[in-house]
Design a protein around this ligand. Structure first.
Ligand SMILES: Nc1ncnc2c1ncn2[C@@H]1O[C@H](COP(=O)(O)OP(=O)(O)OP(=O)(O)O)[C@@H](O)[C@H]1O
Ligand SMILES: [Mg+2]
Length: 505
């Protein structure tokens, strides 16, 4: 679809400043459409003579009423005589009213407003409604239409769109959220029913009409600033009982003089409450991880105490291994406790895990060099814990079984250095982690399915059962050593948060 910039470049002679003015208009004209309950259409002109054509630069539908146009009109080009009213408005640089007979007893009521910048009409904004002969039905409708006319005058005087208007990413209040009209002294002339509700929540029970905006709890400064700077001002305030309200003030100007303002208000109490809840939930989760880590350390200490009392070497070794396994899990919780997220980058866990294993081979006579390659990306906390245990077992097996150190030798087979490489790869179909050692290789009769050691049983149970993945152990293809390869399908790597990504506002 052609953008406003494309269309002005291809069909008009507008310069950069003029195009920027129209862009500003189009980014804030939803307000005008809502106030007029009507479609707004923006026309540009190819030149100034009678032969020039009109191009439809933009269209906005009201959220307060029904649209006349279902189809997309933007980009259409017309002869000037086919849109006489618009051409007339360009020519006279003043508001033109008229009706257009659409046949089949459908007439269009058109108000064409010149969009002026530095005294020059750069475009025409047309408000198109079906021919409504009857008077506007409610006070609200009458008020909104009058306010629209004041904005139309501002367009004519080059005062709308506002200069240096603060543009915000967040959803600012709309007309339907609540509208207050105030006069040049800041007294409330009109309040839409939704605005009345908002003011009630702020503690203002009655006497809204005629009250000063400053006394509503919305604060006095917003209007003062808007009048002084002649542009919009946004503010958020909190009342009693954590009631939170966003207000967006639009000064109404006549020339340079403020004649009043509209203030759109939106009750965001519920939103803010949810924001706060999320923050405190995050802190709670971190605190929980911290405590789990502490508890695991307490368990380790208890086992260590118990181990010292044992006389059997085998029993003591068993306890030492348990302590190591618990250490691996507590590494994960430590990292989770520090991270702001519930998900962690797996690499951040791998280094401390290597540390845990290194401790068990910390004899200068048995140096093992570890290396880490690749990136496993971010994993959900539960997967991280499981993978941490799995990886620790594989690393431990490498240092336990791959290298037969003879006294005085520096590496396996008396040559080179004992190495253990951890390689991680995150692919669209899942995660692959391999641990490669350059040791003596698996025993001749080794079969993973028949292996009854606790370490590999834990690995199999976790990888196949919990993660739905696969594990294999093979001799390295060239030279000696073992490759342990774990694969986890991508379906298991998605956290709860990834699934429930939805905007809050
Ligand atoms: N990297 C490796 N190099 C050589 N042999 C290995 C390697 N990894 C595993 N093995 C062999 O697989 C066997 C089973 O390993 P597993 O981890 O299940 O038990 P374990 O290490 O003997 O005991 P535990 O892990 O309970 O202390 C090991 O005893 C060893 O013979
Ligand atoms: Mg083992």
């Amino acid at each position: 679809m052609a953008t406003l910039v494309d269309l002005t470049r291809d069909h008009t002679n507008l310069d950069a400043e003029q195009v920027a003015h129209l862009k500003d208009l189009v980014s804030s004209w939803g307000l005008l459409a809502d106030l007029s309950f009507a479609d707004l259409i923006l026309y540009g002109r190819s030149g100034v003579d009678t032969a020039s054509t009109l191009v439809l630069l933009g269209h906005v539908r009201p959220t307060t009423g029904t649209t006349l146009y279902r189809a997309d009109l933007v980009g259409q080009v017309f002869e000037q005589q086919r849109r006489g009213l618009i051409a007339d408005c360009f020519e006279r640089s003043e508001v033109v009213h008229g009706t257009v007979d659409e046949g089949a007893d459908r007439g269009l009521n058109i108000m064409a407003v010149p969009v002026v910048l530095n005294g020059e009409t750069v475009a025409v904004l047309a408000r198109e409604r079906t021919n409504v002969s009857e008077r506007p039905s409610s006070e609200q409708e009458r008020t909104y239409l009058k306010v629209f006319e004041r904005f139309a005058r501002m367009l004519e005087q080059g005062q709308f769109p506002y200069r240096d208007e603060a543009r915000l990413r967040h959803r600012t209040p709309r007309v339907g959220d609540g509208l207050l009209l105030v006069d040049d002294e800041g007294r409330i002339e009109f309040s839409s029913p939704n605005a009345v509700s908002v003011l009630h929540r702020l503690g203002m029970q009655r006497g809204i009409i005629g009250a000063r905006l400053a006394d509503t709890g919305l604060g006095a400064s917003i209007l003062r600033t808007a009048f002084a700077r002649r542009t919009t001002v946004i503010d958020e305030m909190e009342g009693e009982n954590e009631v939170a309200v966003v207000s967006h003030c639009f000064p109404l100007l006549d020339g340079e003089d403020p004649t009043g303002a509209i203030v759109l208000v939106r009750d965001v109490t519920e939103l803010r409450r949810r924001d706060r809840q999320l923050v405190s939930k995050d802190t709670t989760i971190r605190e929980v991880h911290h405590r789990v880590k502490n508890n695991l350390q307490t368990i380790s200490s208890l086992l260590r105490l118990q181990g010292r009392r044992l006389r059997s070497d085998e029993a003591r070794a068993a306890l030492d291994e348990s302590i190591r396994r618990i250490g691996a899990i507590s590494v994960v919780h430590e990292t989770l406790a520090q991270s702001a997220e519930d998900d962690v980058a797996f690499v951040d866990i791998v280094r401390p895990l290597v540390g845990v294993v290194e401790e068990s081979v910390s004899s200068p006579l048995r140096p093992v060099s570890f290396s880490v390659e690749g990136d496993a990306g971010v994993l959900p906390a539960q997967v991280t814990t499981t993978m941490a245990v799995v990886l620790t077992e594989l690393l431990q097996n490498a240092v336990d079984h791959a290298f037969r150190f003879e006294p005085g030798e520096v590496g396996p087979d008396g040559r080179g250095v004992a190495t253990v490489d951890i390689q991680m790869e995150r692919r669209p179909d899942g995660l692959k982690v391999t641990v490669v050692d350059n040791g003596v290789g698996l025993p001749e009769d080794f079969r993973l399915e028949e292996s009854t050691g606790l370490g590999l049983t834990i690995v199999k149970t976790f990888v196949e059962g919990e993660l739905g993945g696969s594990i294999r152990l093979d001799p390295v293809t060239r030279g000696s050593g073992t490759v342990a390869e774990v694969q986890v399908p991508s379906a298991r790597l998605v956290g709860i948060r990834d699934e429930a990504q939805e905007p809050l506002a």
